[in-house]
Design a protein around this ligand. Structure first.
Ligand SMILES: Cc1cc2nc3c(=O)[nH]c(=O)nc-3n(C[C@H](O)[C@H](O)[C@H](O)COP(=O)(O)OP(=O)(O)OC[C@H]3O[C@@H](n4cnc5c(N)ncnc54)[C@H](O)[C@@H]3O)c2cc1C
Length: 416
């Protein structure tokens, strides 16, 4: 089949969703009402199973559905880390009743999530976490501290990793919970970053409670669920097409929701290095003919291209139904390198003026913000060193790191 040929199954899907939109789509609905219709009909998250608000479609068909929604100006399901990280973990590991409870408000946007993984002494060594969960009837009582938790102030739920068994080896005594954030015993304190923004927080948990039924996966089996979350965090995903038409109430409210969400992530383009500014910046700085600047820009562009091909390979593997693999780590490493090189390029071209911040500075102070935001790219979601360890151990078959106490009861191990 040639590229561009119609695929009959995709045409059938498009016809189905169009017929449904003819009846169901009304631009004047409130966003909540519209999303409830969309999600309950299975068109909001069409790759999800039929009994979990989906239609069991593959990624290609789901993309056709998104295009049809965008085509009439209808907002899709909610975006964000609940959809990107929590939902795939719930789908892969939660029991059916819990999945039904948790997935619908994720898709409608009624409940947002944060990721309660990192602790002051355990970021890279995540399996060494010491937040404790103690059983009390139908509940677990949670005590400990999490840190770097993005979006904790607004989240309804946390993807919580807590230790439920101190006598099991460190990877086998952890349980993954859907943790209700709005309760006594949860204190969220914002952290101010060196770039002036405050998108993440410390979270103090003092005898907070979570129902036993809110364990995602098996008791003590939280590490497997955590790996699912982390694999999706590393994936370099392209979001579905979204409507830019904001003429009706639903679309207007979706745009407001997106703008509110983006406030937390407003510095993320700078964190990624703003490779898109390299050429305009070279031109504006009179360096468009400078051979060294040209070489650096071409080098950056080449790296971006190859990273995109790796991401395309990963997307093709996902379409073929394969689980997330090492491409995620490779894509993440490429992303770190792009932001680092891009940051260097901007600062070299800007010279000392690049250190100026604020609206009066060149490029609205973006260069200074890039410079102090790019280190985050090689830390968030697992550092570069950890990604290299993953590729080395899981793809290249190198020996595991020595001394990680995999078989020793956690209680007996040396800890941070
Ligand atoms: C922008 C941003 C957003 C974040 N959001 C969240 C969030 O929402 N939720 C959450 O839970 N966490 C979040 N984090 C935390 C992030 O996951 C951790 O910072 C990260 O995993 C590293 O852990 P750490 O900071 O404790 O560093 P450490 O683990 O202390 O590492 C320090 C240094 O030692 C190196 N190192 C450590 N172990 C090894 C090893 N075995 N081999 C080689 N080198 C090693 C590391 O690469 C690093 O250079 C976020 C971080 C950032 C920057």
């Amino acid at each position: 089949m040639n590229q561009g040929d119609a695929v009959p199954e995709l045409d059938a899907t498009r016809a189905d969703v169009r017929a449904w939109l003819d009846d169901a789509w009304d631009p004047d609905l409130a966003l909540g009402e519209w999303r409830a219709r969309l999600v309950d009909a299975g068109w909001g998250c069409p790759t999800w199973p039929r009994d979990l608000y989906g239609r069991g479609l593959d990624l290609a068909a789901a993309r056709s559905v998104s295009e049809e929604l965008a085509g009439v100006g209808a907002p899709g399901p909610a975006a964000g880390s609940a959809m990107r990280l929590a939902a795939p973990t719930i789908l892969a590991h939660a029991d059916h009743d819990l999945a039904r409870r948790l997935l619908r408000p994720i898709a409608t946007g009624e409940e947002t999530w944060c990721q309660l993984f990192s602790e002051p002494g355990n970021g890279s060594d995540l399996a060494g976490l010491t937040t404790r969960a103690e059983r009390d009837g139908d509940e677990w009582i949670i005590t400990g501290q999490k840190v770097w938790t993005t979006g904790a102030r607004t989240a309804a739920f946390g993807m919580l990793l807590a230790r439920t068994d101190w006598d099991a080896p460190k990877h086998r005594g952890i349980t993954y919970f859907a943790f209700p954030m709005r309760q006594d015993g949860v204190e969220v304190r914002p952290l101010r970053q060196m770039n002036g923004h405050a998108s993440f927080n410390e979270v103090f948990l003092t005898e907070a409670r979570v129902p036993t039924a809110f364990a995602i996966g098996d008791l003590g089996g939280g590490w497997a669920a955590a790996l699912t979350t982390l694999a999706h965090e590393r994936g370099l995903g392209q979001g579905p097409p979204r409507t830019t038409d904001v003429s009706g109430r639903a679309a207007r409210e979706a745009a407001e929701e997106a703008a509110e969400y983006a406030r937390t992530y407003v510095w993320y383009p700078q964190r990624a290095g703003r490779a898109d500014l390299a050429v305009p910046h070279a031109r504006a700085g009179g360096l468009a003919s400078d051979p060294i600047a040209r070489q650096a820009v071409a080098d950056l562009h080449g790296l971006e291209r190859t990273a995109r091909w790796s991401a395309d390979r990963a997307a093709a593997a996902r379409r073929a139904g394969l689980p997330p693999g090492p491409e995620g780590s490779i894509a993440k490493l490429a992303g770190s390198e792009i932001s680092r090189r891009s940051g260097h390029l901007h600062t070299r071209m800007a010279g000392p003026a690049g250190m100026l911040a604020g609206a009066g500075a060149g490029f609205d102070g973006t260069i200074a913000e890039i410079l102090i935001s790019t280190p985050a790219a090689s830390i968030a979601g697992g550092t570069d060193e950890i990604q290299r360890n993953i590729v080395g151990e899981r793809s290249l078959g190198l020996p595991k790191e020595p001394g990680d106490n995999r078989d020793v009861p956690f209680r007996a191990t040396r800890r941070n």
